[in-house]
Design a protein around this ligand. Structure first.
Ligand code: ADP
Length: 450
């Protein structure tokens, strides 16, 4: 059903809030942002058409209060809500609440979020769609069952939380000696993070790349893809550097992966933008479905660069009932794009967050250099939220040129005040392994860089 969006409520903060404001400006949509007391003076608060304070700094009292956000959106006469990523973006109940309140949720319906938000259910769905999944067990309810499962899968294996996200509740187990303690701690971490301690066991793929497919689907059953991103540079299962395309894929494998992603999306009758993640085993050249993220991803800009599509604008258009942009089906990959996440963290001190005032901020600029950031000189990074200061993104004809462009840009990026991950990122990009595309998901942890 088509319904023009005139005013959109942003239920998020930081760089993604700014990104949504930019997309809305281009679509002539007014923006209203709900901010916590700690974000009253933030850039998104200044740049949105209207700002509503939704509560104290702590996320439980502000950004996670679904009912309150809905009341604010309705009170400001918005017709749509964009959840960004994180916070309520993958809460099925939030999508449902928006629908019940006659607000367009800029994301998929509650059913898709529910199925894909439960790793065990999403694995079952991928299997039904004929897509290969990593050998895994069902939910493991007891230590006896755990022992049996390990006998089937062997070591190394990976304990995973069924409601997992952000790498929480995950433990690699290399031997029987660590098994029970890893099981207990994975369960505990999963319960603390998600209120659900269901864990299961998966075969751990040691020599692997993380490759994901961006998909997009409208309300009329039209599906398309925007190729892949590679996100193998990770620390504790969290991405640090992303790029598109992946140099690990030949065209045949790329097409197979795209086909698998679309089959998963169709099986759940997905509508909106989404990402189907795969783990690509370099030893066997097989790829396995990992999960589907039912939201805009942090790393979407690299795809925008190589396809020329503004994914956030398309996302909003599809949510308002527009038909999928036909252009998308005809796109060819244009050049190479890399994104680096710049975090306010101290890599020399166990990545401890470094909130506080930015006393000097001279970002790089130039052709094909993009910085998505809410930071500025004089801004104080609040201690309550994630440590992402921004994303530096470059685009060039070749991968080699993109790496050099990024290294130059990072070199000219001056940030005084909080310690950041800039120098670590530069070291990774300068390594022979990165240049030769040899990075695997556990490369950074095995390297001597951290
Ligand atoms: P989360 O939802 O917590 O982000 P994912 O299932 O998406 O968890 O996995 C995050 C990362 O963990 C992957 O990118 C990959 O590096 C690693 N990982 C996940 N499953 C496996 C596996 N079976 N073998 C090896 N690495 C894995």
């Amino acid at each position: 059903m088509k319904k023009k969006i005139k005013r959109l409520f942003i239920a998020n903060r930081g760089e993604i809030a700014l990104r949504i404001i930019k997309a809305c400006k281009g679509l002539n949509i007014e923006t209203v942002i709900g901010v916590s007391e700690a974000d009253r003076d933030s850039l998104p608060a200044k740049l949105a058409d209207q700002t509503i304070c939704i509560g104290p700094a702590q996320v439980d009292s502000s950004y996670l209060r679904a009912e309150l956000l809905i009341t604010a959106a309705k009170g400001a006469k918005c017709d749509a809500v964009h959840p960004g990523y994180g916070f309520l973006a993958e809460q099925a109940s939030f999508s449902r609440l928006c629908a019940e309140n006659d607000l367009i949720f800029v994301g998929p319906n509650a059913k898709s979020i529910e199925v894909m938000g439960d790793k065990l259910r999403s694995i079952r769905l991928a299997k039904k769609a004929g897509v290969l999944t990593v050998p895994s067990t069902r939910a493991i309810q007891s230590k006896d069952r755990l022992m049996e499962a390990v006998k089937q899968l062997g070591y190394p294996c990976l304990l995973k939380a069924s409601s997992g996200g952000g790498g929480r509740g995950m433990r690699v187990v290399h031997s029987e000696q660590d098994l029970v303690s890893a099981y207990e701690s994975a369960k505990q971490e999963a319960f603390t993070a998600f209120g659900n301690n269901t864990v299961y066991l998966e075969k751990y793929i040691e020599n692997a790349k993380h490759i994901e497919i961006q998909i997009i689907a409208d309300q009329y059953g039209n599906y398309a893809h925007l190729y892949e991103r590679e996100c193998s540079v990770q620390r504790r299962y969290q991405k640090l550097i992303e790029e598109a395309p992946s140099s690990a894929l030949d065209n045949l494998t790329r097409n197979k992966m795209i086909d698998a992603a679309l089959r998963v999306a169709k099986k759940v009758q997905y509508v909106n933008v989404g990402t189907v993640e795969f783990i690509y085993d370099l030893d066997t050249q097989d790829f396995y479905f990992l999960e589907m993220n039912t939201r805009i991803q942090v790393e979407h800009p690299v795809t925008e660069n190589i396809t020329g599509i503004d994914i956030v604008k398309e996302q909003i258009k599809i949510s308002s009932g527009e038909v999928l942009n036909e252009k998308i089906n005809k796109i060819c990959i244009d050049g190479h794009s890399i994104e680096c996440r710049i975090n306010a963290e101290d890599p020399d001190n166990n990545f401890i967050p470094t909130p506080g005032k930015i006393t000097r901020w001279i970002p790089p600029s130039g052709k094909n250099i993009r910085l998505d950031s809410h930071c500025y000189e004089g801004y104080s990074i609040p201690p309550y939220y994630d440590s992402l200061m921004g994303k530096l993104i470059v685009h060039a004809n070749t991968r080699e040129q993109a790496i050099n462009k990024m290294l130059d840009a990072l070199n000219g990026f001056v940030v005084n005040g909080p310690k950041t991950t800039i120098s670590l990122i530069s070291k990774i990009l300068s390594s022979d392994d990165f240049k030769e595309s040899k990075i695997t998901t556990n490369w950074l942890e095995k390297s001597n860089l951290i």
